[in-house]
Ligand binder design. Structure first.
Ligand code: PBG
Length: 341
C-alpha cells in the first residue's frame, strides 16, 4: 500500500507497516484481543412481583417480562441462579396503594414476603437486592410523601425511606438500592440500618438518575406513573452536564453508599464513564425498560438483529465502565455467555 504524501515513519514505525486489520482477521484473534468481557455474575435481573395474583401477568410494553406471582417469582429466581446471574433486584406491585405508601414497609407487604421467599429459595446463591422507593406504593405515584400543596416533601420522605430500609433488611434483602433521588436519602438509610443492627448491609445508591422517557414501560410494569406532574423536580435533568452527576455521587459516597449507579444506561454512557473514572467503589448501570422495549419492538418488526443488538449494548455499557449491569435480559445473556465460554 502506498499513499503519496502519506504519514512519514516515526518512533512508532513506518506508517506503511501499520495494519490494524491484522488483529481482526479471525474470530479467534478477535477473541484473544478483546478488552471487554462481561461475566454472568456481573448481571442483575430486575424482577416484578405483584400482590394477589396466582399466575404471572405479562407486561405489554415489555414483551418477555412479567409481573410475577409469588410462586412464579421463586421459579424464575431459581432459573436466574442456574444461569449464573450475580444478583436479583425486586420491585413490588401492591394490591392497594395509599398516600404514604404503607405497603412499602408493611412486614406483610408483597416485597417483604417475596424477599423472604427468595431468601429461603436461593439465599446465598445470588445477591438479593431490593429497590427502595415509594412510587410503586403511593396512590399518587410520586417517589415521596406530598405536602398539602402537592410538592414532594424531601425530609418527610427520608423518614419513610428509613422505615422501608429496615423492613426490607428484616425481610432478607442483602443490598438495598434507594432510587427516589431525595437529598440525604443515603445518610437517612445508613443511620436506620446501623441503628437496627444492619451495619453489614450495603447500600447501592441510584446516585445519578435522570428524569427519563426511557422509564415509560416500567411505569406500566410497576403501575406507578405519577397521577399528576412528573419527576423532574427530583430526578436529574438530561441537559445537565457530568458535574452534577459527580456531585450526586460524591454526596452519596460521603453519606455512606457502598456502590453507585447511573441510570438509564445507553443515553448516559458519558456520565457512566466519568463516574467510573472518578470513584473506586463498584459502579452499576441500569439498562432500563425503554432500552429493553425499543430493541424488542424493533426486533419484532424485523428491523434489527435482536441478539447482536443486546450483546452490543451490554458490551458498550461495560466498556463505558460499568462493573455491574442491571438488565431485563440478564438470564438470557448469562446463558449465552456461559455457552460461548
Ligand atoms: C423508581 C424506579 C423507576 C425505575 C426503577 N426504579 C421508575 C422511575 O423512576 O420512574 C425505572 C426502571 C426501568 O425503567 O426499567 N422506583
Amino acid at each position: 500500500m502506498s499513499v503519496s504524501g502519506g504519514l512519514p515513519g516515526g518512533p512508532l514505525g513506518d506508517w506503511s507497516t501499520a495494519r490494524p486489520r491484522r488483529l481482526r482477521r479471525t474470530p479467534a484473534l478477535r477473541r484473544l484481543v478483546a478488552d471487554v468481557r462481561v461475566h454472568p455474575a456481573d448481571l442483575v435481573l430486575p424482577m416484578f412481583v405483584r400482590e394477589g395474583v396466582d399466575e404471572p401477568v405479562p407486561i405489554s410494553s415489555m414483551p418477555g417480562v412479567v409481573q410475577h406471582s409469588r410462586s412464579s417469582l421463586r421459579r424464575a429466581a431459581v432459573e436466574a441462579v442456574e444461569a449464573g446471574v450475580g444478583g436479583l433486584i425486586l420491585f413490588g406491585v401492591p394490591a392497594d396503594k395509599d398516600a404514604r405508601g404503607s405497603g412499602a414497609d408493611d412486614p406483610g407487604g408483597i416485597v417483604q414476603l417475596a424477599l423472604a421467599d427468595l431468601a429461603g429459595e436461593v439465599g446465598g446463591d445470588v445477591v438479593l437486592m431490593s429497590d427502595l422507593c415509594l412510587d410503586e406504593y403511593t396512590d399518587h405515584g410520586h417517589c415521596g410523601l406530598l405536602t398539602a400543596d402537592g410538592e414532594v416533601d424531601n425530609d418527610a420522605t427520608l423518614v419513610r425511606y428509613a422505615e422501608i430500609a429496615l423492613a426490607q433488611a428484616r425481610a432478607g434483602a442483602e443490598v438495598v438500592a434507594p432510587s427516589g433521588m431525595m437529598d440525604g436519602q443515603v445518610a437517612a438509610i445508613r443511620e436506620a440500618l446501623d441503628g437496627g443492627g444492619f451495619t453489614h448491609l450495603p447500600i447501592l445508591a441510584y446516585s445519578a438518575k435522570y428524569a427519563s422517557a426511557f422509564y415509560g414501560p416500567f411505569r406500566e410494569a410497576a403501575q406507578c406513573a405519577p397521577r399528576f406532574g412528573d419527576r423532574a423536580g427530583y430526578q436529574q435533568d438530561p441537559a445537565r452536564s457530568v458535574g452534577e452527576a459527580l456531585r450526586e455521587v460524591a454526596l452519596d459516597l460521603a453519606e455512606g453508599a457502598d456502590a453507585v449507579m447511573v441510570k438509564p444506561a445507553l443515553a448516559y454512557l458519558d456520565i457512566l464513564r466519568a463516574v467510573a473514572d472518578a470513584v473506586d467503589v463498584p459502579v452499576a448501570a441500569y439498562q432500563v425498560s425503554g432500552e429493553y422495549a425499543m430493541i424488542e419492538a424493533a426486533a419484532a418488526a424485523g428491523w434489527i438483529d435482536r441478539d447482536r443488538m443486546i450483546a452490543e449494548t451490554i458490551t458498550g455499557i461495560a466498556r463505558a465502565g460499568a462493573d455491574i449491569i442491571l438488565t431485563y435480559w440478564a438470564v438470557e445473556v448469562a446463558r449465552g455467555l456461559r455457552s460461548t465460554r
